[in-house]
Write a protein that binds this ligand. Structure first.
Ligand code: ATP
Length: 762
């Protein structure tokens, strides 16, 4: 590339960084001023908080944009040049001329979509590759055959760069780079099939399906950033939920959205979605299958009803000088009334208690009047009312009624259900003895990840609120909105005067574009917690959008819990049925989704594998076909030059073999890079200790390697992985497709089917 051209782009890029610095400095200064302000009344507090939020968010975006601020340029057929980058920067003198277009803006789209066959008004696409603030390379693609006259080029130059070859250079560089252990954004090299999904404005369920390495996770995260940009007001308030398969995966993807300037999302596993209970252990396959089945809905319903009991023998309570009785008939009437209210258990309890008390008052009246003619008239309505109040507050009465309709918590009900066969048998009568046995466990056992959907189901059946009294929370919230509205009215009234004092239109925006509810929410958000923090702590929080990654793993019960969190059903669901490892996985999108959205979901498929080199995919394809003859594996877009191999060891030598190979591969790497040793569960602990101190090496079971990638993968004893799980071959497929460079299979037992073509090393 012509150095002169690089210098010209350097000038432009330096100018953009100069603008970014000015924006950061001004925002920092404003933030400092706002924080120094002493608010004296609610109006000033609201004003301060709204500016505080505004400037803090802006500053975070400017900081995030530092790396790779500008990465592209398109020259239109009309001769205009548009620069594309991580955020929009506008000309100081003209709001209409963008110096830099946010990659999510509509105008930036041709950068990702234009092809020679469909140039979309673009004559040239240029990838600007920078390191720090320095431009180090330019890659041009000419999309218009008349480029000669547009750009004054030799015909041969154009031929060499027509058809997207130059764009592939940037892509190849990105996908061949050594991995750091954290996913990076792909904003400068999004491919057109991915762009269509990222920018889809479909407001229902979008399923993104594709083989390993096709960029499903990357696309889902960029879609979150796009939606937050396009539907900011709506999503900022309600939040975006991202579900991943495990903690390691969430950590792996956690840097992508902040690098795109977006932070307001909740990242969670299914196990963590029930607040306050960390359900991180995994159940055995057979237990997970039973817990994930929709049969559990009826089991849990019955388990709660089993706590609504009738006394075998009448329960006696002394009141005044009389003995009253809570017998089966009385309890049955009260229980019938409480149940027919159709309220959840804890919410129906007051009806049960109040009906029991009414019936006890009746008994008392009868006792008082028995034997006395006209005895009834001994009690006037005020007396009856007093007696009712006294009975309702009587500890003995309440103690007796508590045994018949206790206050429950989901944790308690689930623990008792699984620990007490006397509870499990009547509640789970429709399950087979084997299924019931799979559910049994001691009281001391921790909750597992497949318990979270059950706890959530129980919370619905029991009627658990988050913050105590709902009505009180609602009342406080309305008061807060009213206060915010008052503050806004005052601010808006004083706007013209403020404008004269300070001619900055951005300052006006803060209260021109905000409504009272948002202001109240921001106020709460600043004073207490962020939207994401509040959402994560609130079981009943409903999100504006949810992204479910590795969704093929979700059980029917997990889907049920998720759907409660997203009542508007605006979701991006990402997965690959061929990689399903969980025996409890729903099995098909249709089966998982139709109960909630019928046929109203759209499927998009991704077909190109950006991770796994062709040499490894050749083996992965055979493994995939051993699972499903008709399945199609994604096409790799590069070769690594490394031939995957298998090496057989005696049992006693296997661990040494792994150690030696890791040492050899680490020695070959000059800097950085990651190695995964993927193992059967039975070997995980014993192998982990060998690499505990080496951050470059991870020893993982397959369930914990889901969605991750590493430069090199050593797969240990695949036959054992197959034996450990009903979907063991899918686990093997997942394992070998984690590598971006090298794959070795070390084993003692015979290799499973699918590895016939691998090179054997002796
Ligand atoms: N357009 C792109 N430009 C650069 N890198 C890309 C692009 N698309 C995907 N990648 C990279 O390819 C790798 C695989 O992507 P990703 O993890 O999103 O795939 P996946 O489909 O979720 O895989 P799996 O199903 O195996 O978990 C990542 O390193 C990602 O950054």
């Amino acid at each position: 590339m012509d150095q002169h051209e690089i210098d010209r782009e350097q000038q432009y890029v330096s100018m953009l960084y100069g603008r970014l610095d000015t924006l950061s400095t001004t925002t920092r200064q404003r933030l400092r001023d706002v924080l120094r302000d002493k608010e004296e009344n609610p109006q000033e507090l609201f004003e301060r908080e709204s500016y505080n939020a505004l400037y803090t968010e802006r500053l975070a975006k400017y900081i995030a944009a530092e790396n790779g601020l500008c990465f592209g340029r398109i020259d239109t057929l009309e001769g205009d040049a548009l620069y594309i980058g991580r955020l929009g920067i506008w000309d100081d003198d003209s709001d209409l001329d963008p110096l830099l277009l946010d990659w999510r803006a509509r105008l930036a789209r041709p950068f990702y979509l234009a092809t020679p066959a469909s140039p979309d008004g673009v004559a040239r696409r240029r990838h600007i590759r920078t390191r720090g603030r320095t431009v180090r390379a330019l890659n041009d693609e000419y999309l218009d055959p008349d480029a000669v006259k547009h750009f004054n080029l030799a015909e041969s130059d154009i031929e060499a760069s027509i058809g997207g070859v130059a764009g592939e250079e940037a892509l190849l560089e990105a996908i061949s780079a050594a991995r750091t252990g954290h996913m990076t954004d792909i904003v400068s090299t999004i491919q057109s099939e991915q762009d269509g999904i990222i920018r889809s404005e479909h407001k229902g369920v979008l399923v993104v399906q594709g083989g390993p390495g096709t960029g499903k996770t990357a696309v889902a995260l960029h879609r979150a950033a796009f939606l937050l940009y396009t539907f900011r007001e709506q999503l900022e308030r309600s939040g975006v939920l991202i579900i991943g398969p495990n903690e390691t995966f969430l950590d792996y993807i956690s840097h992508v959205l902040p690098s795109l300037g977006e932070t307001g999302v909740v990242l969670s596993t299914i196990g963590d979605l029930y607040p306050g209970v960390n359900s991180h252990t995994h159940d055995s396959h057979s237990t997970a299958v039973v817990k994930g089945s929709l049969d559990m809905v009826a089991v849990l319903k019955e388990a709660v009803r089993e706590w609504q009991t009738l006394p075998e023998e009448p329960l006696k309570v002394s009141f005044d000088t009389y003995t009253l009785q809570v017998d089966k008939k009385l309890a049955l009437r009260a229980r019938g009334r409480a149940r027919s209210s159709r309220r959840p258990h804890n919410k129906a309890r007051p009806i049960f208690i109040s009906t029991c008390v009414d019936l006890l008052v009746e008994q008392y009246r009868e006792a008082v009047s028995s034997g006395i003619r006209g005895g009834d008239s001994l009690l006037n309505p005020d007396d009856v009312s007093d007696i009712r109040d006294e009975l309702a507050a009587d500890p003995e009465v309440l103690g007796v009624l508590e045994t018949l309709w206790p206050i429950l918590t989901p944790q308690y009900v689930l623990t008792e259900l699984f620990a007490d066969s006397g509870r499990l048998l009547p509640a789970a009568g429709q399950l087979t003895p084997e299924q019931r046995a799979a559910l049994e466990r001691p009281r001391s056992a921790p909750f597992s990840d497949s318990d979270a959907p059950l706890l959530d189901e129980l919370a619905e059946l029991i009627g658990i609120e988050n913050d105590g009294d709902d009505e009180e929370a609602q009342r406080q919230w309305e008061a807060k909105i009213a206060e915010a509205q008052e503050a806004l009215d005052i601010l808006t009234g004083s706007a013209p005067q403020d404008l004269e004092d300070d001619l900055d239109p951005e300052i006006l925006m803060a209260y021109d574009l905000i409504d009272a509810e948002t202001l109240a929410a921001r106020q709460e958000h600043r004073q207490y917690r962020t939207t994401a923090e509040r959402a994560a702590a609130d079981r009943q929080w409903t999100y504006g959008h949810a992204i479910i990654d590795e969704a093929q793993e979700l059980s029917d019960m997990a889907w049920r819990m998720l759907m409660r969190r997203v009542p508007n059903r605006w979701m991006t669901i990402v997965g690959d049925p061929a990689q399903t490892g969980s025996a409890a996985g729903s099995g098909s999108w249709k089966r998982a989704l139709e109960p909630y959205v019928a046929q109203r979901w759209k499927l998009h498929e991704l077909t190109v594998n950006y991770r796994t080199p062709a040499e490894i995919m050749a083996i992965a394809k055979d493994v995939l076909h051993s699972i499903d003859e008709d399945a199609s594996a994604p096409r790799s877009i590069r070769e690594s030059g490394y031939v995957p191999f298998a090496q057989r060891f005696d049992q006693a030598r296997l661990v040494d073999g792994v150690n030696e190979l890791v040492a050899a591969w680490l020695a070959e790497r000059e800097s950085g890079g990651t190695i995964a040793v993927l193992v059967p569960a039975s070997l995980c602990a014993s192998l982990s200790i060998h690499f505990a101190d080496n951050a470059q090496v991870s020893v993982l079971e397959i369930v914990d390697a889901k969605g991750l990638e590493f430069d090199d993968v050593i797969l240990v004893e695949p036959a054992e992985i197959v034996a450990e799980s009903p979907r063991g071959m899918s686990d093997v497929y997942v394992a070998i497709t984690r590598a971006t460079q090298r794959l070795a299979v070390l084993h003692c037992a015979d290799l499973p089917v699918g590895f016939e073509s691998i090179t054997n090393k002796h």
